[in-house]
Design a protein around this ligand. Structure first.
Ligand SMILES: Cc1ncc(COP(=O)(O)O)c(C=O)c1O
Length: 503
């Protein structure tokens, strides 16, 4: 058994600077307590009573109650009437404790102010790396290439690949010329006149974002992004040390005086947004909004990155042309990808920008990988040559999956609220009165994964939202929503019980 003072020391040390963390107050406290537990406070140790900790930290008792509730839902704490709140689970040995702390310190970039930024790779890939094979994954957009990579398409690619393999060395740091020409043609058809010199082929849109983060972000720089946003972008920019300022995703009309004022006041180094089927809301910016965004970027000489990864996933009408079509100042940088329309396994995406920036980014990419895989690029070229068929197929699939998801949610989780997306692969669901992080932990225990809103937010907001990836095979969606409904029943029952105890 550990003495009370040792446990209190551990807790005190873990809570040091807790309020400087990102997110709502209760989330900051929960994160700090979790880190303190990770440092090795043994199972069974009593935590301070809610009222006592609230007094000690000069915060309201409700904040402590909410923080303890999150950790209880994660299985880290247990509460019993009469014996207070205690640490759950087996204790870790001291060596593991030190290793955990060292890892935590090394992985936590700090701003110039000394305030910890979001740890690199905190969220975006959690569902890929720590995948629980038994769980239904509604966190990752898992769409196979069935019907996309046909025998005809593969034969077309094979002919080009055999020709190349016979003659070329195989390093194409800017990208295979035939693929760059196909991408330039594709963008020109979408209303953005493009030459192959303006294209850099990347290993997925994620590498495109990471290269731009490397080029523009560093400790102390400010990146402006939508709230909520794509977790992989948060990870890439935070990994480069950037701090975030945020604005709401564009709906209708102009991007708003709020964004104009933000750019003027905060002078961000870069603006990152998803005007076409925003992830996670599925919103699409109008042509007028795009024109105004391009004008704002030109007026301030501000690099504006439009991530159009989800562009081929329209539910209804095709989206307006990319923001680059309205660019008058040469400041708009466009990202596109074949991951969602064809297959993420190809890892083929691109950056479209001015030839000078492309040459600069190419050097960074070449230092990293000397160029993308040629067989993948050849397949990418074949996909673009077959684009109308493939994008038609995907759009039909998106509509069908969305309808199915909306029906299942309406039947089984009628209290949840969402707005019909214009495209993309996710639903942005509001769970009235719920703590999404705690609910996601409950859902995980029920064998289904979703992403809680704060993980998709530059400032940790959207505490009552989750993202659900609806582009899934029918059986997966049905099983996933059924498990979510069971988790919701469990979660609301527990919340009601807790209310009774508090009252
Ligand atoms: C908006 C957005 N950008 C980038 C990516 C990463 O895509 P890729 O597989 O091309 O790296 C995703 C993946 O979901 C995404 O939704």
């Amino acid at each position: 058994l550990v003495s009370a003072s040792t446990a209190a020391d551990g807790l005190d040390a873990g809570l040091d600077g807790w309020a400087d963390r990102p997110g709502p107050l209760y989330q900051r406290l929960a994160d700090a307590l979790r880190d303190a537990l990770d440092l090795g406070i043994p199972a069974g140790t009593a935590l301070p009573a809610e009222r006592q900790l609230a007094l000690q930290l000069a915060i309201s008792r409700t904040t402590v109650v909410a923080a303890y509730r999150i950790l209880r839902a994660e299985g880290r704490l247990i509460s019993r009437q009469g014996s207070g709140t205690r640490v759950a689970g087996p204790a870790r040995p001291a060596r593991a404790r030190l290793a955990t702390k060292a890892r935590h310190d090394a992985a936590t970039p700090r701003h110039a102010t000394g305030r910890p930024a979001r740890p690199a790779s905190a969220v975006g890939f959690r569902s890929l790396i720590g995948r629980d094979e038994a769980a239904v994954d509604l966190a990752t957009a898992g769409v196979g290439a069935d019907g996309v990579l046909t025998a005809g398409l593969l034969a077309d690619a094979q002919a080009e690949l055999l020709r190349l393999a016979a003659g070329a060395v195989g390093y194409f740091p800017q990208g295979l010329p035939s693929l760059r020409r196909a991408i330039a043609r594709h963008l020109t058809e979408r209303g953005v006149a493009t030459s192959e010199q303006q294209i850099l082929v990347t290993n997925g849109a994620q590498q495109a974002i990471a290269l731009l983060a490397r080029r523009y972000a560093s400790p102390g720089t400010t990146v402006a992004m939508e709230n909520p946003t794509y977790a992989g972008a948060l990870d890439a920019f935070a990994g480069a040390g950037a701090r975030f300022v945020s604005f709401p995703a564009a709906e209708d009309g102009d991007p708003g005086p709020a964004l104009q004022a933000l750019v003027r006041r905060q002078r961000p180094r870069l603006l990152y947004l998803m005007p076409t089927f925003h992830n996670p809301t599925g919103l699409v910016a109008t042509a007028e909004t795009r024109r105004q965004l391009a004008a704002l970027a030109a007026e301030h000489g501000l690099p504006l990155v439009e991530d159009n990864t989800l562009e081929p996933l329209a539910v209804g009408a095709p989206p307006p042309p990319p923001v680059a079509a309205f660019d008058s100042g040469g400041t708009v940088i466009t990202i596109g990808s074949l991951s969602k329309v064809a297959w993420a396994g190809l890892r083929i995406a691109w950056i479209r920008a001015g030839p000078r920036l492309i040459a600069e980014l190419m050097k960074v990419k070449a230092a990293e990988d000397l160029g993308s895989s040629v067989p993948s690029q050849v397949l990418g070229r074949a996909v673009l040559d077959d684009f109308p068929r493939i994008s038609g197929l995907r759009s039909a699939q998106v509509c069908e999956c969305l309808q199915r998801a909306a029906r299942l949610l309406g039947e089984q989780l009628p209290a949840w609220r969402f707005r019909q997306p214009a495209g993309g692969h996710s639903l942005w669901l509001r769970l009235p009165g719920a703590d999404a992080s705690a609910f996601a932990a409950t859902a995980m225990r029920h064998g289904v994964t979703v992403i809680p809103g704060p993980q998709l937010s530059p400032d940790g907001s959207f505490a009552d939202h989750i993202r659900l990836q609806f582009l899934q095979p029918p059986g997966v969606l049905e099983a996933g929503i059924q498990r979510l409904a069971a988790a919701w029943a469990d979660y609301t029952r527990a919340a009601d019980r807790e209310l009774e105890v508090i009252v």
